[in-house]
Design a protein around this ligand. Structure first.
Ligand SMILES: C[S@@+](CC[C@H](N)C(=O)[O-])C[C@H]1O[C@@H](n2cnc3c(N)ncnc32)[C@H](O)[C@@H]1O
Length: 257
């Protein structure tokens, strides 16, 4: 089936993520794997959002990674996502952890059903790479921010590996495949070539361009890394997984002027 328009692309993306809801958190760099990793995420988020409680929109919330941590820090969160399968898991986790106030709703990060100037913070993690129109999405996120509010994008350059990273990933994936008796070679979220062709961040645009995109949306930009979180993530990985996950995240914090 060819995917000509945006709605079909979104349907295809949500169908793929619907199947990931129950397993997503099992992967390294997706779900939390240690108390230390959790504490580093809490520290990082707290340093970026010191005012409590803030009203926060978590776009592409998935299984609720950010919304749950931000609620633990005392913020009021709403998480939206295209995928009911991912959100079902988020709702279950919120219930199990006693976070009754988090709202999880189906919604499109590129077309928000939200009024202008509504939120103190709009945040997302690992979302931008899977958007067909990242520039439009950023302008939507800025639209719903209050003046002085912050846009926080946590992402990585997942698809433009250097020679050294490609080598590490290859060796790491071989080790994991042998040790676990399975083919661990990366399959980009089961996205096929046609879908990949519709997603600019997966080929011609990258994390550096993301900084420029955010600047052009009229935000004051600060760029940070997530080294402490990544150190804690890697501490509990076996050698194969450490080599297979050489990625570094970029965090863009934009303030609406
Ligand atoms: C890699 S997961 C990240 C989930 C979560 N933010 C996290 O950090 O674990 C990407 C998520 O983006 C969602 N997504 C993709 N395109 C979207 C869109 N246009 N609007 C809202 N959510 C979207 C997917 O359904 C999926 O849950």
């Amino acid at each position: 089936m060819s995917i000509e328009n945006s709605l079909e692309v979104k349907n295809k993306i949500s169908t793929i993520w619907d199947k990931c809801g129950n397993s997503y958190d099992n992967d390294y760099a997706h779900g939390l794997k240690s108390e230390k990793e959790k504490q580093e995420w809490l520290k990082l988020l707290d340093s970026m959002i010191p005012v409590k409680p803030s009203e926060i929109l978590d776009v592409g919330a998935g299984t609720g990674f950010l919304s749950l941590l931000l609620s633990e820090l005392g913020h009021q969160c709403k998480g939206i996502d295209l995928s009911e399968g991912m959100l079902s898991r988020a709702k279950l986790k919120a219930q199990e952890n006693g976070f009754k106030d988090i709202i999880f709703e189906i919604g499109d990060a590129e077309n928000l059903d939200e009024p202008d100037n509504r939120y103190d913070v709009v945040i997302n993690r690992h979302l931008v790479w899977t958007l067909p129109h990242p520039k439009k999405a950023i302008s939507e996120w800025v639209r719903v921010l209050k003046p002085g509010g912050h846009l926080i994008i946590i992402d990585g350059d997942w698809f433009h590996d250097s020679f050294s990273n490609k080598t590490k990933i290859f060796i790491g994936t071989c080790i994991v495949s042998v040790k676990e008796g399975k083919n661990a070679f990366k399959n980009v979220g089961n996205y096929d070539d046609e879908l990949i062709s519709k997603l600019p961040m997966m080929h011609d645009e990258n994390a550096r361009q993301l900084v420029d995109m955010a600047k052009k949306s009229g935000l004051d930009i600060e760029v940070r890394d997530a080294k402490a979180v990544e150190k804690a993530e890697k501490e509990i990985m076996s050698l194969g997984y450490r080599l297979k996950n050489p990625y570094k995240r970029t965090i863009i914090i934009g303030t609406k002027i």
